[in-house]
Design a protein around this ligand. Structure first.
Ligand code: ADP
Length: 489
């Protein structure tokens, strides 16, 4: 009898369910978008009940699409938008407020106002004190919803990131995994437990918090979904960590970059937690029950594909994103032109919020093709800066970069990336690595696949780009980039 694994991928804009067979191949999918709620400037909310309704719906759609008997589904994995915060009543299961989404900036000043020492918190939690982590979002709900703090102190309310919310709806359990817990500012990154002192500082009662499990673990069996009744949930991973799993980045030195609107990098640093001196976050990459945790450094770049959108929408030099590759290919090099897309300042690893974008090296010779090439080089260079910082922080040598996201269709960019990094760039067959990653983890948990090696074999690369540019040319590109960056400050 064939066996299948079902992934629930709850993202910022939509919820998807994808079913995989024993070979790790996708056999069915369901997807549905949910409302983005903007009550005030800078605030972003989701309706947790809508997300739960959509989850039920996309599960049914995926099962119908795959045309499988639900009883052949052996395990469920949940991956989710990270940091998004739900608080609900333990008895009724009703949320007391909308989910506050990771992008929401209402807590930007809150942690700072508590007089927290950034360096100490970075060491203890791996996170920077800004508006992303869940902890201050919980405190905001307790302080702004009538009676919520009192109910929380009486043990009546529960907190969860979206994984825990869906798990509660599916199984009745109140659990989360260690990767999601590592995005709250409430978990100690060494003990992997809720830290009473941090909870007290952020004014979050311990009784609200879910039990922290490993990422591959026993999360309970489904009791609240007819089709999936009795099926175990065996894996939970935050979305970026699930992508690491989907990319098979299981050993130190393996990194992945997701090239979307922004660029999101994670480097596996092994069983050692590394505290960054270069503005990177430390996070749990994954943990398999009974084994040591695996840590990662994380860094993101604000402007990735957004620069291509800018060439298209603001300059009008391309009509659609893929044209940037054809245009850039019409010239052998950048003709001296460099673009530094510091549209909203420079982020990791430079952290200069008031830097602004510039184009340098313009002469009468420069054409839109040079601009297109400079845009792709800017993307590759920003990734190089982040990986350089991660290597400097961790002492872990970069071995390979595995890639996913919309921009990886651009093969010239992939070649440039391999050239400026000096390591192979690998693009997998299935670039939906978030869903496949949590499905692999769930299959591992259910014994469908016995080892990480078998799992990694599912994540095989469809195409590899090896470094081909000579060292002197790379050095001159880097020097040209650094000179331009210095002028953007
Ligand atoms: P997100 O998940 O952030 O919406 P996607 O992973 O869907 O992003 O990727 C879309 C981004 O990739 C857009 O910014 C778009 O400009 C860029 N993009 C898409 N195709 C190409 C291409 N062939 N070359 C360069 N950039 C591209």
């Amino acid at each position: 009898m064939p066996k299948f694994v079902l992934a629930i991928d709850q993202g910022t804009t939509s919820t998807r369910s994808i079913i995989y067979d024993e070979q790790g191949a996708r056999v069915g999918i369901g997807q549905r978008e949910h409302r983005q709620i903007f009550p005030e400037q800078g605030w972003v909310e989701h309706d947790p009940n809508e997300i739960w309704d959509n989850t039920r719906l996309v599960i049914a759609t995926a099962i119908a699409d795959a045309d499988v008997d639900p009883s052949t589904i052996r395990a469920i994995g949940i991956t989710n938008q990270r940091e998004t915060t739900v608080v609900w009543d333990k008895r009724t299961g009703e949320p007391v407020y909308n989910a506050i989404v990771w992008q929401d900036t209402r807590t930007a000043g809150a942690a700072g106002a508590l007089g927290l020492d950034q360096a100490a918190w970075l060491e203890r939690t791996g996170l920077l004190i800004n508006s992303y982590p869940a902890g201050p979002k919980i405190a905001w709900i307790l302080d702004h919803v009538d009676g919520a703090r009192e109910r929380a102190e009486h043990g009546e309310l529960a907190f969860g990131t979206i994984d825990a919310w869906l798990l509660f709806k599916l199984t009745g359990q109140h659990r989360t995994d260690v990767t999601n817990a590592s995005r709250t500012l409430l978990m100690n990154l060494d003990t992997l437990e809720w830290d009473p002192e941090l909870c007290e500082k952020l004014r979050v009662p311990a009784s609200m918090l879910p039990e922290i499990c490993s990422s591959v673990d026993d999360f309970g069996t489904v009791t609240h979904h007819g089709l999936l009744e009795g099926i175990p949930v065996t894996a939970v991973l935050g979305d970026q960590q699930a992508a690491m799993f989907g990319q098979g980045c299981f050993s130190p030195g393996q990194a992945k970059c997701t090239y979307g609107t922004g660029l999101f990098l994670l480097l596996n640093t092994g069983s050692q937690k590394v505290t960054s001196a270069n503005g990177m976050l430390s996070t749990v990459c994954y943990r398999i029950r009974g084994e040591k945790p695996v840590y990662a450094l994380e860094g993101s770049v604000a402007v990735g594909g957004a620069l291509i959108q800018w060439l298209r929408d603001n300059l009008g030099i391309i009509r659609i994103a893929p044209e940037v590759e054809r245009l850039a290919q019409t010239v052998p090099d950048n003709g001296g032109v460099t673009i530094v897309p510091a549209f909203s300042g420079l982020f990791a690893p430079r952290w200069v919020p008031d830097a602004r974008g510039i184009i340098t090296g313009l002469t009468r010779f420069a054409t839109k093709a040079h601009l297109a090439r400079a845009a792709l080089e800017a993307t590759a260079m920003q990734v190089r800066e982040v990986t350089d910082a991660m290597v400097a922080d961790s002492g872990v040598e970069l071995e390979v970069l595995r890639v996913d996201g919309g921009m990886v269709a651009n093969e010239l960019l992939m070649q440039l990336q391999a050239d400026v990094l000096g390591v192979d760039v690998l693009r997998p067959v299935d670039i939906e690595t978030t869903a496949s990653g949590v499905a692999y983890a769930a299959g591992l948990g259910a014994g469908l696949w016995e080892t990480l090696e078998v799992v990694a074999s599912h994540a095989e690369a469809a195409k590899t780009w090896a470094p081909a540019m000579d060292a002197a040319k790379v050095a001159s590109l880097v020097a040209q980039w650094n000179e331009a960056v210095a002028r953007s400050l």
